[in-house]
Write a protein that binds this ligand. Sequence first.
Ligand code: NAD
Length: 370
Amino acid sequence: MIDSTSERSNTSKHTAHPHVRYTVADSLMRYAEFLGYGDIHIKIDEKTGLKAIVAIHNLSRGPAIGGCRMVSYQTIDKAMEDALRLGYMMSYKAAINNLPHGGAKAVIVKPKVIKNHEALFEKFGEFVNELGGRYITAVDSGTSSKEMDIIAKRTPFVTCTTQSGADGDPSPLTALGVRRAIEAAVKFKIGRDSIEGIHVAIQGAGHVGYYLAKELHALGATLTMSDINTSLLQRCVDEFSVMTCHPDEIYSVNADVFSPCALGAILNLKTIKQLKTPIVAGSANNQLSHHHYGTLLHERGILYAPDFLINAGGLIHVAVLYAHSDMKKSLEQINNIYHTVYEIYEHSARENKATSEIAERIARDRLQLR
Ligand code: NAD
């Protein structure tokens, strides 16, 4: 989606202000506009080596919340693209789950050498503080409660500090939300109150896949799993007696539920044709390779649990922590994903429209997006 070429004019390299045509910036701006962005902030601090982006997507429901990741990027435009792509998703996740927040994402471009870790994150804390509470930061890839503690020295607009009681890995909470959506789908589509004996095919035995398998196994489900990482797969075989299949075969497993917990964009014309399950519900972000595929699933009688609704367990917990509430409240709200998604299943049946379309419309209305 992003044109990563940039063109320079024939201006001499010795010219103080060469005329540079940044087609990358043009494309990023168009991409931001397309996603419905609000404001995007950049901080460059030579002394600490901080290069950070805060992409605030939407403020209509309250201050924007979203993790701060520190990752190596080959180019700044890749970092910007990541911030934009992830920030807008946070808005949708927050809105559909009725959180009093908009969405945002912060990206720190990981320096090759970090001269002073503490100084870098203090500077980032100052940056967050300058945004005056419009953005609340939290942990993400490459950051932990330790970094949030440093940021908290410079701003109150931070959560997931060690004091907040945050546990680093959100995957068990994400898995809980997915499990609740599977339970709601099984009730709605198959008419069963329990998932005992229900066969779930899980793509991915990573963080979420593992915890989802653990939850479902404890409830008596039958599991088939695939992963390109055989040792992660073996762990699930050893602990939960799962059956396994080749990564290409997971789509055609004769099960009740297909649960994508590995990659985005895996629901496309080719894979949807292979599906034998009446339900798709998993954690992966952006599962539909095109939003039309939500309609195709609906037309084929496959109940699809919208990804951004059901994989928001981590974000819900972060918002609960920021409100100084506790794990009990988080679990209550994540368990509520059952009811939120069930209403969308009902709505979809009533209006004969795809669940993805309905969930997106609700989120966009709440975010006051056209
Ligand atoms: P992860 O990297 O820990 O696990 C993903 C697993 O998928 C890995 O084990 C990888 O080997 C496997 N995989 C890659 N390609 C595969 C293929 N072709 N077939 C089968 N397996 C394959 O990631 P995760 O944290 O478990 O997240 C899984 C998905 O859920 C991602 O899309 C992520 O963005 C999304 N998600 C995760 C969370 C969370 O709390 N971790 C929250 C929201 C959304």
